[in-house]
Design a protein around this ligand. Structure first.
Ligand code: NAG
Ligand code: NAG
Ligand code: NAG
Ligand code: NAG
Ligand code: NAG
Ligand code: NAG
Ligand code: NAG
Ligand code: NAG
Ligand code: NAG
Ligand code: NAG
Ligand code: NAG
Ligand code: NAG
Ligand code: ZN
Length: 669
């Protein structure tokens, strides 16, 4: 990085010593002067963002700088186009806003595992400023320079993108298979599509997309991402930190004051005035749906997330967002007035007050008018899984899951397909000219992978694929297929793969764990898939297709003698029998009475007929975790060719935003 000479004179430098890697004083800020957005950030022209500056003065620990125990409050911050640094301007005058006030706080952090075990955090005093709701309009590179502590400098090289895309989309549908990898798609194809002598007779709907790319999911300060920071990358074009939704994570104690970045949903609403739709099989305050409107460093602020869907961000200067046209998912606990809803309010009523039609089951969803903005909340917590809604149906009889807060079970839940097709109808009806942006998430691919429930995860993936197939057909029927960019991607992966076949009958007959492992067949002994697939030529409802009303894109037998040896790369203690879990989602590990609540052991009854697998994750993990892998991006429609190749997750945002013409080259009036 080159320092300009006119604006910055380096006299002495205060050098931070942040050498720890798993423990960071503040992600993306290795020195004692922090600039957010940090170096290497990209922006859509005209995209609103906040700037956060911090100067840090370590009070103890390895980073203490003698003579610098009070953070510099007289730091300067300038901005210039790269190559024009001699004309750099103070940022407040550059953006024509008042100089922000100094804020002060302290925070502590652990420098490594030893410090954590000894409970000796290092203390840091902070001086900070925030420039709220600014934008850069002219494409190019900008050099942002923070000068502090007698001439120490932190520079950020920002790029305002000039993405060249000639086509234009009216609508965008973004399908997110949460946690979905190529390996999972391959396994789903194996159980739901017939092959003859090694050749598939039918393929997944995803397989038919004309363009395939790979996105790299690396987050700003860790190489493993969670759904919050990856959703931030996909929706804002800015990589962030684990647990952060639509913000960069600063060090302040308030999770709501972190520097925000305008999301694709907010941009589409502001610039195009079209309709936004948010659909998920998760509780709707979860990270992937939430990141379209929420701006918080803590994804666990579920009440605030739900309030942001309806009211946008009110406590900070930020563009108006007054609600999506469609919001469908689970998570009734944030709507029923309680300690889990925002300020204890009744959010069903809050939505009704703003003119929303509220539906709470599949029957009412089907019957709902297409002209009204619609809130559909169908269960407490995450929605029921495809396998339980369609095959092991008694598992949906769980008391107190009804979305109205009663003691009833949520037995009449729609699937991802029903929610997505209805969302399209409402969005299309309400926005015939301006178009729509719809995000539809198959959330429980991830949730079931976490609990090692591979059958349920693949069921969710097949439901996503069935939804994609039905969506394309429906768009064609309503004359919008050519106008709609369809993206199918994931936010991160899990270390899942299939390595062979398992003779479950032989395994059941063995009594020792070592003998049970002989039931696994690798290479030529893996054999062929024994998951029976439906007869695709037969009409739905006939013969074996009768079994599942959902249609032909699923296996008709989830419990064959010969199953798949599926597994994750790392895991908690568990037992494995490679069979479908008929009583509902797996619970692989438990905390045990008499031990710490963070100390998990194998749950014996999860797979009695299987063998013990000792965990490789810390004993505080009762689930599997996300992994490093790149994830696929399937694209079809206007601008599809921009999605081929290998690129960063943030590039998906720039391609979609540009295809929707959301960039602005001058300030809005
Ligand atoms: C800023 O980044 C751009 C693109 O990576 C590069 O071409 C340019 O040289 C950088 N400028 C400085 C001052 O580092
Ligand atoms: C900054 O410079 C002043 C005056 O030269 C000096 O008193 C002060 O100790 C310096 N501070 C740091 C942190 O170097
Ligand atoms: C900051 O600047 C003000 C006025 O310019 C001065 O009074 C104050 O002592 C300075 N503070 C520090 C910590 O240098
Ligand atoms: C920060 O910590 C110092 C002690 O090191 C204390 O005097 C001060 O009050 C704290 N400030 C805040 C804002 O908590
Ligand atoms: C730093 O100071 C804090 C607060 O005074 C204290 O709790 C902590 O143990 C200290 N850490 C180290 C590494 O000395
Ligand atoms: C806005 O600020 C008020 C007052 O601090 C607080 O009670 C409220 O929770 C905040 N609203 C949101 C949506 O964060
Ligand atoms: C269907 O919609 C109509 C008109 O909106 C409404 O009167 C009726 O109660 C609805 N029926 C059901 C079962 O939700
Ligand atoms: C579905 O919702 C409607 C109201 O919209 C209600 O009349 C009906 O009883 C509900 N059905 C079930 C099974 O809960
Ligand atoms: C599949 O269904 C078609 C139409 O009903 C029938 O002609 C055909 O024999 C069936 N194939 C198999 C393998 O059952
Ligand atoms: C549901 O049915 C399965 C078999 O289909 C059975 O194993 C399970 O115990 C049943 N669960 C409940 C809650 O009745
Ligand atoms: C397991 O941990 C949870 C939450 O920490 C606690 O409520 C529960 O009592 C623990 N269970 C046992 C068996 O210790
Ligand atoms: C699992 O780990 C325990 C100790 O935690 C050990 O006694 C046991 O032999 C291990 N079992 C296997 C199958 O590795
Ligand atoms: Zn996950």
């Amino acid at each position: 990085m080159r320092f300009s000479t006119a604006c910055v004179v380096c006299t002495a430098a205060i050098v931070g010593q942040a050498s720890a890697q798993t423990f960071q004083r503040l992600g993306a800020c290795p020195t004692l002067g922090c600039v957010f957005p940090p170096d290497q950030s990209d922006f859509l022209p005209g995209q609103w963002f906040d700037i956060r500056l911090e100067t840090h003065a370590p009070q103890n620990g390895s980073e203490v700088v003698p003579g610098y125990l009070t953070p510099d409050e007289n730091f300067t911050f300038t901005l210039a186009k790269d190559g024009q640094q001699k004309d750099c301007k103070n940022a407040a005058s550059y953006f024509k806003i008042a100089e922000p006030a100094i804020e002060r706080w302290n925070f502590t952090w652990y420098e490594d595992l030893f410090a954590q075990a000894a409970k000796t955090p290092s203390m840091v005093k902070v001086a900070a400023k925030a420039y709220r709701k600014v934008a850069l309009y002219e494409p190019g590179n900008y050099i942002a320079t923070l000068t502090y502590g007698n001439g120490s400098v932190t520079q950020a090289n920002w790029t305002v993108r000039d993405t060249k895309i000639s086509q234009k989309a009216k609508n965008v549908i973004m399908f997110i298979g949460d946690g979905m990898t190529t390996n999972m798609i391959t396994a789903a194809r194996l159980i739901a599509h017939q092959s003859v002598n090694g050749k598939y007779q039918s393929k997944m709907a995803m397989d038919s997309f004309p363009v395939l790319g790979h996105q790299m999911t690396h987050s700003i300060d860790s190489f493993i991402t969670d759904s919050a920071n990856s959703a931030t990358a996909l929706y804002t074009g800015h990589k962030s930190s684990v647990n952060a939704l639509g913000v960069y994570a600063d060090s302040s104690p308030n999770p709501l004051d972190d520097p925000k970045i305008q999301s694709i949903g907010e941009l589409f609403h502001e610039v195009r005035g079209g309709g936004v739709g948010i659909v998920s099989t998760a509780f709707i305050a979860d990270a992937t749906p939430g990141a379209l409107t929420a701006h918080t460093r803590n994804r666990g602020q579920y009440g605030n997330v739900v309030d942001s869907f309806l009211n946008g961000i009110k406590n900070y200067t930020w563009p108006e967002f007054d609600g999506p046209d469609v919001l469908f998912g689970g998570g009734a606990e944030q709507f029923i007035p309680s300690s889990k809803s925002f300020q204890g309010l009744d959010y069903y009523q809050q939505f009704r007050n703003k003119g929303y039609n509220v539906v709470q089951n599949n029957t009412a969803l089907k019957n709902a008018s297409n002209t009204e903005r619609t809130l559909g909340i169908f269960s407490v917590s995450n929605m029921a899984k495809w396998l339980d809604r369609n095959v092991y149906k008694n598992n949906t009889q769980i008391p107190k899951t009804a979305p109205d807060g009663s003691s009833a079970a949520a037995t009449d839940q729609p699937g991802l397909k029903e929610m997505t097709l209805k969302a399209i109808d409402i969005l299309h009806k309400r926005n015939p000219d301006k178009g729509f942006f719809l995000m539809s998430e198959a959330a429980s691919i991830d949730k079931m992978m976490h609990v090692l429930d591979y059958d349920r995860a693949l069921g969710e993936l097949l439901e996503l694929d069935d939804t994609i197939k039905a969506t394309k057909k429906h768009l064609e029927e309503i004359g919008e297929l050519e106008n709609t960019l369809i993206i199918v991607t994931a936010d991160h992966g899990h270390g899942f793969d299939v390595t062979g076949g398992v003779d479950t009958k032989y395994m059941d007959a063995q009594t020792s764990d070592r003998k049970k492992r002989d039931a696994v067949g690798t290479y030529e002994q893996s054999g062929l898939s024994q998951y029976m697939v439906a007869n695709r030529s037969a009409p739905i409802g006939s013969d074996q297709n009768l079994v599942y009303s959902a249609g032909v894109d699923f296996p008709v037998n989830w419990d064959p003698r010969y199953t798949l040896q599926s597994g994750l790369a790392t895991f908690p203690d568990h037992r494995e029998n490679y069979r479908v879990h008929k009583k509902g989602p797996r619970i692989p590990a438990l905390n045990v009475t008499g031990f710490s609540s963070n100390d998990f052991y194998v749950n014996y009854i999860d797979a009695v007929s299987g063998f013990l697998v000792n965990g490789t994750l810390p004993v505080s993990a009762d689930q599997g975790v996300h992994s490093l892998t790149d994830v696929p991006v399937f694209a079809q429609g206007p601008c599809q060719s921009a999605f081929g190749g290998v690129y960063n997750n943030v590039d998906i945002f720039y391609n979609i935003a540009t295809c929707l013409r959301l960039q602005r080259n001058k300030a809005p009036k």
